[in-house]
Design a protein. Structure first.
Length: 416
């Protein structure tokens, strides 16, 4: 085969080479990419990484990319910013935001997974790429397919936010709205993928797609000065991102790029769709699928593909999981915006509010280094917060009118 990575069954360990497949035929368990770590040792060094481009392709040495692959889109390497004002409000002195609300090109962390999945789609000869999506993946596949010259077919629940619908159609993708929830859309896509020779980024290309999530973890470590944080708080939908952040930390330790350290991994879900956090909180050895009922649509997966592994990762790391209700996640969006000037979507409201709960509960210590993963942009879910604000009447463009307007305001505020 000559390649230093290939598909491996997570349970029976059978090796499958490289092909568009996500399950082991022998035991029906999911597949994951496994690397020859000795070969990686020469490629994946601090020096090579730092000499690379300032985007996720700097980590190509540990991504499942075709030989000689050159990524052209500058996806990833989003800011890791200190969050002192939010930290003060929550009682945490060493808080950071990993801000994928500004990921290129479609403003969510899904741009990372799609970048890696489309490289695999090209290599396996697909002309059409596809996905089942709760919104952000739809945007990312549509945009990058346009750029890379694939035809795109996107399947979504019909009740998606308007910005995520238009933000898919604008790229010329075929959008198929399904009268059902995400889990039903996903089941349909599995069936289609058996009949059509299409590259479904999160179905038959899922192992390749999932590796793209590791770059969030690599970046956190590099941006902290090649050091691991004490805690990370990660939103969970299918449970892939959280598992891959942990994989990225293990790889960095195994290759000696960072000092060994036990990072506590915390998961965040919306209360109206919380199969994984529920399983952790009740200490179950499985999770119970749920019917989603939350405005955090990007996290609304009731039967998460990697839910079992996500709860194992959380438990093994010594972390915990929590959830936030719809009114709480709205407050979370406002809190992050008002303290740090970052406007996140519903998923980020969940993550921010869950961080607050975890600090209050003592799961996260006040002086530990904690990274909160903000994964999507607030402009895509405007309706979640717009009703929280009223518009003042339009005033005439005259100074005197403004002076009386501001006087009324000052009187009103003083009178309160
Ligand atoms: C998809 C998504 C996630 C979580 O992804 P999984 O890997 O499926 O757990 C988190 N945040 C946002 C905004 C997303 O779109
Ligand atoms: Zn197997």
């Amino acid at each position: 085969m000559g390649e230093y990575y290939q598909l491996k069954c997570r349970e029976c360990g059978k090796l499958w080479g490289n092909e568009a497949r996500s399950f082991c035929d022998e035991c029906l368990s999911p597949l994951e990419i496994s690397y020859d770590m000795e070969a990686a040792r020469g490629k994946f060094t601090r020096k090579n990484i730092e000499a690379g481009p300032t985007n996720l392709w700097r980590y190509s040495g540990l991504l499942p990319l075709p030989e000689g692959f050159q990524g052209t889109l500058p996806t990833g390497f989003t800011p890791l910013v200190k969050a002192p004002h939010l930290g003060k409000r929550l009682g945490a002195s060493n808080l950071y935001i990993k801000n994928d609300a500004v990921c290129f090109p479609t403003l969510s962390f899904k741009d990372r997974v799609v970048a890696v999945a489309l490289a695999a789609a090209r290599r396996f000869g697909f002309k059409v790429v596809s996905c089942s999506s709760t919104g952000n993946l739809a945007n990312a596949v549509a945009a990058q397919a346009a750029r890379e010259g694939f035809d795109a077919w996107i399947f979504v629940p019909a009740d998606l936010e308007p910005a995520k619908i238009t933000g898919t159609q604008v790229f010329g993708a075929h959008l198929v709205r399904i009268a059902g929830n995400y889990d039903q859309v996903n089941r349909l896509c599995s069936q289609i993928s058996e009949k059509f020779h299409w590259g479904f980024v999160n179905v038959n290309l899922r192992p390749y797609y999932a590796e793209g999530s590791k770059t969030v973890g690599y970046e956190i470590a590099e941006q902290l000065g090649w050091r691991l944080p004490d805690n990370v708080v990660v939103p969970m939908a299918g449970g892939s991102l959280i598992s891959k952040i942990r994989k990225s930390f293990s790889e960095l330790i195994a290759l000696g790029l960072v000092e060994e350290k036990k990072v506590k991994i915390f998961g965040a879900q919306a209360t109206g769709c919380s199969p994984i956090s529920d399983s952790v909180k009740r200490n179950l050895d499985h999770f119970e699928p749920q019917k989603p009922a939350t405005i955090a649509r990007s996290l609304a997966i009731g039967n998460p593909a990697d839910g079992y592994y996500a709860s194992c990762v959380i438990r093994d790391s010594g972390g915990w999981a929590e959830d936030a209700s719809d009114p709480e996640l709205v407050k979370g969006i406002q809190l992050l915006a008002e303290t740090e000037g970052i406007f996140t979507e519903t998923a980020g409201g969940v993550t921010t509010w869950v961080t607050k709960k975890l600090i209050e509960q003592g799961h996260i210590g006040p002086h530990e280094t904690t990274v909160v993963c903000i994964t999507g942009n607030g402009l895509k879910t405007i309706d979640a917060v717009s009703q929280e604000y009223t518009l003042s009447p339009a005033i005439e463009p005259r100074l005197a009118v403004f002076e009386s307007f501001i006087n009324d305001r000052v009187v009103a505020i003083a009178g309160n």
